[in-house]
Write a protein that binds this ligand. Structure first.
Ligand code: CP
Ligand code: NVA
Length: 307
């Protein structure tokens, strides 16, 4: 059973994820059947960081479900001038039916959820990107028919997207391998939690510095930017530290014959991925982006359709 909020895939039970994917598939196949699902409901969308996919897909999703969404740049609302997160959460709870937030500190989303009486959805923090991870496993299920026994290899920075993919594997029956350069490993707590989840689910989690070991036999080869939002000052250093870590055709050749390439986008062709892989026949990047819409509609309907 879903909790009030969607903060982390780690908090979900495997059957919750299955139910979400079934609903998302129905919404994707028959969008007209869900035109009144959130009739009259309003989602407030707080953004401390830039966004194309998250902003547009959440707003379009709310409209398609019969509701509405309000874009709130943190620069424009009082939160950006120091109004407490707790007051922001309590006040928004009096006006709207749900909050989606993209923040720097993960604690900000946790605090919003703690003080809001309405559902809060994590639209990316420095630590996690659960909507992305869920949409990616949904995309993987479409491409391969079933998820059980598949292997996902993440190559690059041990960042928010990597963390959510690590949490998603055990919930979906997928083995996860994460390869990073030394010094860019995933968060130690996330590794420990994901390892425990994997042990309980009977899946595996490998964290390594070997790209080749991670990619061997993988069904998905995934990468993300080397410098995430908020790390712009480190861009030059990271380009140096990640030299040789570009996902190329040669690396992809070590994966399973049916392997697909995934990236949450935005992508930097020539940095974390070569243009020939990103725009090549194995790439499913636009399917991933589309599925953000369907999976998030399922999340919104599940959390906001209760009352
Ligand atoms: N993948 C993703 O979340 O994209 P945006 O930053 O454009 O929302
Ligand atoms: N890791 C990236 C993901 C963007 C969707 C970032 O946080 O900037």
């Amino acid at each position: 059973m879903f909790q009030k909020d969607l903060i982390s895939i780690h908090d979900l039970a495997a059957p919750d994820v299955t139910a979400l994917f079934t609903l998302a598939a129905g919404m994707k196949a028959r969008p007209r059947d869900f035109r009144a699902t959130l009739s009259g409901k309003i989602l407030a969308m707080i953004f401390e960081k830039s966004s194309t996919r998250t902003r547009v897909s959440f707003e379009a999703g709310m409209t398609q479900l019969g509701g509405a969404a309000q874009f709130l740049s943190a620069r424009d609302i009082q939160l950006g001038r120091g109004e407490p997160v707790s007051d922001t959460a309590r006040v928004l709870s009096r006006y709207v039916d749900g909050i989606m937030a993209r923040t720097f500190a993960h604690q900000t989303v946790l605090d919003l959820a703690a003080y809001a009486t309405i559902p809060v959805v994590n639209g990316l923090t420095d630590l996690l990107h659960p909507c992305q991870g869920l949409a990616d496993y949904f995309t993987m299920s479409e491409k391969f028919g079933s998820l059980k026994g598949l292997k996902l290899a993440y190559v690059g920075d041990g960042n928010n997207v990597a963390h959510s993919l690590m949490y998603g594997g055990p919930k979906c029956g997928v083995d996860v391998a994460v390869a990073t350069p030394a010094g860019y490993e995933p968060d130690a707590t996330v590794i420990a939690n994901a390892r425990a989840d994997a042990a309980a689910a009977g899946t595996t989690l490998l964290v390594t510095h070997s790209r080749e070991e991670a990619v061997a036999g993988a069904h998905v080869v995934y990468t993300d930017v080397w410098a995430s939002m908020g790390q712009e000052a480190e861009q030059q250093k990271r380009v140096r530290d990640f030299a040789g870590w570009t996902v190329t055709d040669d690396l992809l050749a070590l994966a399973d014959k049916r392997a697909v390439f995934m990236h949450c986008l935005p992508a930097h062709r020539g940095e974390e991925v070569s243009a020939s892989v990103c725009d090549g026949p194995r790439s499913v990047i636009y399917d991933e982006a589309e599925n953000r819409l369907h999976v998030q509609k399922a999340i919104l309907a599940t959390l906001m359709g209760r009352s």
